[in-house]
Ligand binder design. Structure first.
Ligand code: GDP
Ligand code: ZN
Length: 339
């Protein structure tokens, strides 16, 4: 099995050669590999001799100046094979071409969610109003990652794509904008063209925008064989695979999985996205009110009276569940989302 299948190139070989020179003689037998999956504590790494389950070396874990230096899905790494053929230890991360960093508001430390992606698709569903402000922030994050941003206006069957496209251009005149319908399979050739063979893509966007449907389209017949999608079929139940690099039939790669999809907001900050709910929640009887069945819930009262749009409350609840934490925790300085 060749590493080219995962994107190995002379450029990465040169990086590995440079790294080897700096290693102790005993460690120069390192292999190259690409991180395909991140489960808790373990990495699944593709090497020229097959996949290896890998730990991160203690030196790398403790020597890293911050968490941003630790290997994540998409990374090219140097590993030392273990005595057993299927295992290894990651000793170094090759310098990244891009790093998508999630800078959550509140107390969460910045986190690399995907490495070496060439293109990040910011997916918006045209059945929802376009938040230009949020798009602007997302574009800024992608730009600072080193990847190219492409805005995907999905569900063109349900909305005014030319108008949304013009709105996008008011904040980013030069960005590529694609109008597609994942459901009706329209515009998908342009989407595939934006992710040519040899490149790695990531899809980001709010829940319901159509990311999973787009991933299925890109995967085509392969979808049943893919962990990232299998995971989704177990409604609501999370298996351990949070992020995964998958090879598309086209020869491109996609970094996907619930750990990517649920970060669709990038900043992951509900308070910023739902300021009116934050304002209402201050009047809930309980400080940690989940707006479910608690007595004295000002948010549900507002839905009942029509002061708060029920659909908006519903999307707030969906996102709260997906982010797996207490509502508005960052805004209230409450407990942080554990993961
Ligand atoms: P995700 O949360 O971003 O992964 O979104 P999903 O892929 O689960 O899609 C959310 C809903 O939108 C599903 O019911 C899809 O069937 C629907 N959907 C996705 N793409 C389209 C589209 O192009 N047109 C229409 N009408 N519905 C779509
Ligand atoms: Zn409440």
């Amino acid at each position: 099995m060749s590493l080219e299948k995962w994107g190995w190139s002379p450029r990465w070989q040169a990086a590995l050669d440079r790294l080897r020179e700096g290693l102790e003689p005993g460690a120069r037998g390192v292999l190259a590999g690409r991180v395909l999956r991140q489960d808790r504590g373990w990495l699944r790494v593709a090497t020229a001799t097959g996949e290896r389950l890998s730990r991160i070396s203690g030196r790398l874990t403790h020597g890293a100046a911050d968490a941003l230096a630790l290997p994540v899905v998409g990374d090219w790494v140097a590993l030392l094979p273990a005595a057993t053929a299927r295992e290894a230890t990651v000793v170094a991360v090759l310098p990244r071409q891009s790093a998508l960093v999630r800078r959550a508001a509140g107390s969460d430390a910045p986190q690399v969610i995907a490495a070496n992606a060439g293109v990040v698709f910011l997916v918006h569903g045209l059945d929802q109003p376009l938040s230009v402000r949020r798009l602007e922030r997302a574009l800024a994050v992608v730009r600072s990652s080193g990847a190219e941003a492409v805005v995907v206006l999905n569900k063109l069957d349900l909305g005014d794509a030319p108008r949304a496209s013009a709105e996008v251009r008011t904040v980013a005149a030069e960005v590529r904008v694609l109008a597609v319908s994942a459901a009706l399979e329209q515009g998908l050739d342009a989407l595939s063209a934006a992710l040519p063979p040899g490149r790695t893509g990531v899809l980001l966007g709010p829940s319901g925008a159509g990311k999973s449907t787009l991933v299925n389209r890109l995967l085509g017949e392969q979808r049943l064989a893919t962990g990232a999608v299998r995971e989704r079929d177990r409604k609501g139940r999370h298996t351990t695979t949070r992020r995964e690099l998958v090879r598309l039939p086209s020869g491109a790669w996609l970094i996907d999985g619930p750990g990517i999809r649920e970060l669709g907001l990038l900043e992951g900050n509900l308070a910023e996205t739902f300021p009116e709910i934050e304002a209402l929640a201050v009047a809930c009887r309980f400080r940690d009110c989940a707006h479910a069945s608690e007595p004295g819930c000002a948010v549900r009262d507002a839905v009942a009276s029509g002061a708060l749009d029920a659909a908006r409350f519903e999307s707030f609840q969906t996102l709260t569940r997906e982010l797996g934490g207490a509502p508005l925790d960052a805004a209230r300085g409450g407990r942080t989302r554990g993961r």
